[in-house]
Design a protein around this ligand. Structure first.
Ligand code: NAP
Ligand code: MG
Length: 404
């Protein structure tokens, strides 16, 4: 078989621990035999981030921006214990945070659905993709205790002077106060990323906030989304046949529960934090959740939502074989290669990505899977078999070869 040609490379960001091991296996078993893979390789292992003083992370973000598509392996975000374990000279920041900031991007989380792993909400027959605004609000707030008898005010100063707004008079009871903010530029980038991704997925976009109560702050989000939509996206949405609508978060929650899925739900920072954890649990497994970073200018980075699976790695190092689920990492690769194919007009690459995903899903639906899925798998007439990661990859490869 001739290998599928690639025109433009993608940025490949390698990572840490068990996911780094699986990264290489996925390439060896599922990609390199079929695709003449072209990547620009960046080693984001903690060891190399230390060796390059984290320059490699910034270079990799620039590569995604230049090439338009990247694929990333899970990486360690160092804490005090990792600083010791890896003898770090600094507690390097989360690569995901650095790349997100460099690309001014929004993260979209999407569950991978298979027949046999049912969401807790029976009506959800298609995935619900959640987009979380990743700047500001309560994550960048200023908070303080306010003693008895004190008064809290909001003061805004500009060239013309100062405006003061009374927050509360604390009187006999002390209390608390909080100041938070957001930026028009960040809200606009968030909106653009959401509209771009909805067009790319050809799925409806919902945006929700609490503008009835927060009549200036949340309303600003609603207005910027509406402005962007009218000015830059409405015509394309109509052409593709998808819709955008805004609704109050209370209404959105009720609609989500009654829906069949198959749409993108954009949330403010806090709502997105909470709702994405709820959806991940309700859809069944963190190991089956993918994550896509989309910039307002339409650059894409694909990855698995889970971490480096440290506990499995230590078992692997002791010579044990593990059944670490590679599906979300495989889908990161297929997502990146599909996007590359779409951008380069390479139908063969798009078809390969589709076949790879179908092969994964069908392998599981036939009953071959890793232990984490076996524990939750229920399908009439199928007795699930628990495989090691490598056995599972080879099962997928068998089916992929037939499809290609
Ligand atoms: P984790 O790596 O996601 O793993 C947590 C647990 O979830 C695992 O111990 C495992 O449970 C289960 N699990 C997750 N993915 C799995 C898979 N593919 N197959 C089977 N089981 C899976 O999270 P963590 O232990 O909190 O974090 C480990 C490291 O990852 C940390 O250093 C953290 O900084 C990093 N991290 C990176 C990213 C990223 O790069 N995007 C995201 C999150 C965390 P059992 O052990 O019970 O089998
Ligand atoms: Mg959370």
């Amino acid at each position: 078989m001739d290998k599928i040609r690639m025109i433009t490379p993608i940025a490949e960001l390698d990572g840490d621990e068990m996911t780094r091991v699986i990264w290489q296996w996925i390439k060896d078993v599922l990609i390199l035999p079929f695709v003449d893979l072209k990547t620009e390789y960046y080693d984001l292992s903690l060891t190399n981030r230390e060796a390059t003083k984290d320059a490699v992370t910034k270079e990799s973000a620039a590569a995604i921006d230049r090439l338009g598509v990247g694929v990333k392996c899970a990486t360690i975000t160092p804490n005090a214990q990792r600083v010791k374990e890896y003898s770090l000279t600094s507690m390097w920041k989360s690569p995901n945070g650095t790349i997100r900031a460099a690309l001014d991007g929004t993260v979209f989380r999407e569950p991978i659905m298979v027949d046999g792993v049912s969401p807790l909400v029976p009506s959800w027959t298609s995935p619900i993709i959640i987009a979380r605004h990743a700047y500001g609000d309560v994550y960048k707030d200023v908070e303080t205790l306010c003693p008895q008898g004190s008064k809290a005010e909001l003061v805004v100063t500009d060239a013309l002077g100062e405006k003061r707004y009374l927050i509360a008079d604390y009187g006999k009871s002390g209390g608390v106060a909080l100041g938070m903010h957001n930026l028009d530029s960040s809200i606009r980038s968030f909106a653009k990323s959401c509209f771009n991704y909805a067009l790319s997925k050809k799925q409806d976009l919902w945006f929700s906030s609490k503008d009835t109560i927060s009549a200036t702050y949340d309303h600003r989000f609603k207005d910027i989304f509406a402005e962007e939509y009218e000015a830059n996206y409405k015509a394309d949405f109509e052409k593709v046949g998808i819709t955008y609508f805004y609704t109050l978060i209370d209404d959105a929650v009720a609609r989500v529960m009654r829906s069949h899925g198959g749409f993108i739900w954009a949330c403010k920072n806090y709502d997105g934090d909470v709702m994405s954890d709820m959806l991940a649990t309700a859809f069944g497994s963190l190991a089956m959740m993918t994550s896509v970073l989309v910039s307002p200018t339409g650059k894409y980075e694909f990855e698995a939502a889970h971490g480096t699976v440290t506990r499995h790695y230590y078992r692997h190092l002791q010579g044990e074989t593990t059944g670490t689920n590679p599906v979300a990492t495989i889908f990161a690769w297929s997502g990146a290669l599909r996007k590359r194919g779409e951008l380069d007009g390479s139908e063969a690459l798009v078809k390969y990505a589709d076949a790879l995903e179908d092969a994964c899903i069908e392998t599981i639906e036939k009953g071959y899977m890793t232990g984490d899925l076996k524990a939750i798998f229920k399908k009439e007439g199928v007795t699930p078999v628990s495989l090691t990661t490598m056995e599972f990859l080879h099962k997928i490869a068998e089916l992929l070869e037939k499809k290609l």
